[in-house]
Design a protein around this ligand. Sequence first.
Ligand code: PMP
Length: 444
Amino acid sequence: LVENNAKPIWHPMAHPAEMRGNPPKVIMKGEGAEVTDIEGRTVLDAVGGLWNVNLGYSCDPIKKAIADQLSALPYYSGFRGTSTGPSIELAYELTQWFEPEGMMRAFFTSGGSDSVETALRLSRQYWKIRGQADRTKFLALKKGYHGTHFGGASVNGNANFRRNYEPLLPGVFHTPAPWTYRNPFDETDPVRLAQLCARAIEEEIAFQCADTIAAFIMEPVLGAGGVIVPPETFMPLVREICDRHDILLIADEVVTAFGRTGAWSGSRLWGVKPDFMTIAKAITSGYFPLGATLISEKVADVFEADKTSFGAIGHGYTYSGHPVGCAAGIATLAETKRLKLNENAAARGAELAKALEDLKARHALVGDVRSKGLMAGIELVSDRATKKPADKKTMGKVADAAYEAGVMLRVSGNMIILSPPLVITAKDVARIAEGLDAGLRAAG
Ligand code: PMP
């Protein structure tokens, strides 16, 4: 297994030859917040799978729900004409869960990239139904991450995810992320920065002409782009701008939904009601691939009242509403609610934030630390004054030494990204801090 690891698998987001030289770890088992590799080493998974395993690796109610559904009905299509019990029940649960955000309907998908694709497509269709077929453009934030399909890659705000696949969707425009550590305005005050970023959006809208823009897409807390936590005034400002110009707002909540930030959604955290929400990942805690695009009343009403041929949705996936995925989702939501994972994310997140500040005070390599609940980013720099990003070798050393010390980290560029299961304890937070400390000492 170890030898073949990097040969037959073409690994995502990796150079194939590099993977052969430095094969990925082979994970064989998981329990609680820990995973065990093929050599028998058990480590705390500070990555939480990939932002998704909120309930950890031994959640029996989810496993049972999957097994029961597999026996009863392993699959039936959720296309027009048929539906299954679990998909109806989960859709109902989701509309209850996200009622404060104003979500009325759930369109099921197979994951986050699909959910984004669906939101982008339906937002264009919405305008066609309303007789404004010119509204086709999308606005997004630099540093935003929205998945790998052509639509999602087009609205991604990171060159690395775009440049090899161009030409992407035309008519997509990006404005600066509200990021105090690095921004084009050299502004460190969060309130002023939010205003400057909002003004940049206004300028772009004026330049593009509002009546050519379908939607604005953003993550309430930017994840893969480096855990950028916007000032609390920012997303409400975006909502206000979108309302004023009649632009739809898509909240990409693939990471932020279901408690990771300490709130049940990122939109709720900032007090915003979007027009679409895209969700995936923690909806099944990673136990089965599933996602959904949630649709607000305003959008649903337009589709329902439509008398043109545009109202029919020419869009769907073989696995839309997969009964096993939906059964996993129902069990996940029940456990998530029962364990009040939002509250644990907020409490453990506050401890983690304190530990990260402490590491920053002790290690010159740490340029900036950012977190909200249990999503956190540590930006490593070779020089604090110039903010020059730490090199690949340094990042590798940190991750390797942390692993030796019993903690799995995720490195992305010069960022260490943390998104542990939301079931972690105060002791686990201390373990993560110790692992980071060991990593930073080895590389410093
Ligand atoms: N949107 C966001 C905000 C994400 O973080 C991700 C995945 N990290 C996606 C979309 C894509 O999700 P998936 O990998 O499930 O397709």
